[in-house]
Design a binder for this molecule. Structure first.
Ligand code: PEP
Ligand code: MN
Length: 343
């Protein structure tokens, strides 16, 4: 249930609603917007009828039952889009934010060359895996702490904030010392112990959609973070499993538009994992932006053929630069409109 306070509701009226929500057996979450305050009543098993009766309490404009199972991430709770501020880089604001870097941090030289190159080309954040979720235990697993130190150096050299994946609750504190954003990988989207722990972390979270997760499940995973106290969440579509075998994943563009419609959280797109093919990254990036993505996370390697993970989907530095340039070019025009304009 969402309790919408009137514009200019007094602090006493807001506090009365917060106290009443608790008395009804729900947890109150207060969202203070520029114009009005909203109190979301979260939980189950409370007295719903008593809660609905708060519609007539002083200072309340309306109380709306929520049809979706997620609440705090919902646009019904917060109409304005949320902006996640990562060390001054605003994700979900006016501009598209591009995050770029290698799949895995492999060496100091590789990471620094990539970081300097992608910054020059227009990236506003760096990525690089230190702890890698690999399908096979025999594949490169990441350099761990050594990679975190290299990422911190790349941030120092470029001034760009760093995103890296956290796979385990045990690593959260350590990774938080080095990284600006903690990535929850696709395979961990429903690792509820990890989500609960990250809800208490003092870092924004980049939450990837699971390869077989519905949009509802994805938003419910984000709900764990918000309900636990961390509202700094960026959603990331990275492709899902379908019957298609020519592509690594099926990049679900409609899910980006749907997530933007259902949720106020910023949504970014990962066309690298979404397609698995370097040749498709630029085109699908444009498509993602066209459907409303707030940013991109793209894999870039100075020499993809030597990459220890995800070489076939990694752009070269020159390829990345060309892609960023092409993103600013307008889409093709619709024929009729062109004719009307020249008539
Ligand atoms: C990655 O970002 O390199 C990664 C492993 O992503 P995902 O969890 O989407 O597969
Ligand atoms: Mn990767």
């Amino acid at each position: 249930m969402i309790i919408n306070m009137v514009e200019g509701a007094t602090e006493a009226e807001i506090q009365h609603i917060i106290d009443s929500v608790v008395l009804c057996g729900y947890q109150p979450h207060v969202i203070r917007g520029t114009e009005r305050t909203i109190v979301a009543a979260v939980g189950s098993g409370g007295n719903r009828a008593q809660l609905e009766a708060l519609k007539s309490a002083p200072g309340v404009e309306d109380a709306i039952a929520i049809s979706h199972p997620f609440k705090l991430v919902s646009r019904q709770v917060r109409k304005e889009s949320s902006v996640v501020d990562v060390a001054g880089v605003k994700v979900g604001g006016e501009h598209i934010v591009i995050i770029a870097g290698p799949c895995s941090v492999e060496s100091r030289e590789q990471m620094l060359e990539t970081a300097i190159g992608v910054k020059k080309a227009g990236a506003r954040m760096l990525r690089g895996g230190a702890y890698k979720p690999r399908t096979s235990p025999y594949d490169f697993q990441g350099l761990g702490v050594e990679a975190l130190k290299i990422l911190a150096e790349a941030r120092k050299v470029t001034g760009l904030p760093v995103v890296t994946e956290v796979m385990s609750t045990e690593d959260v504190d350590l990774i938080s010392e080095y990284a600006d954003v903690l990535q929850v990988g696709a395979r961990n989207m429903q690792n509820f112990a990890l989500l609960r722990r990250l809800a208490k972390a003092e870092r924004p979270i980049l939450l990837k959609r699971g390869p077989s997760a519905t949009v509802k499940e994805w938003l419910l995973a984000a709900e764990y973070l918000l309900a636990g106290g961390n509202s700094q969440v960026i959603l990331c579509e990275r492709g899902i499993k379908t019957f298609e075998t020519e592509l690594r994943n099926t990049f679900d563009l409609a899910a980006i538009a749907l997530a933007k419609e259902l949720s106020h959280l910023p949504v970014i797109a990962d066309p690298s994992h979404g397609t698995g093919r370097r040749s498709l990254v630029s085109a699908t990036s444009k498509a993602a932006i066209a459907v409303g993505a707030d940013g991109l996370i793209v894999e870039v390697h100075p020499c993809p053929e030597r990459a220890l993970s995800d070489g076939p989907q990694s752009l070269t530095l020159a390829g990345f630069s060309a892609m960023v340039q092409s993103l600013s070019q307008p889409l093709r025009r619709v024929a009729e409109l062109e004719m009307a304009a020249t008539a």
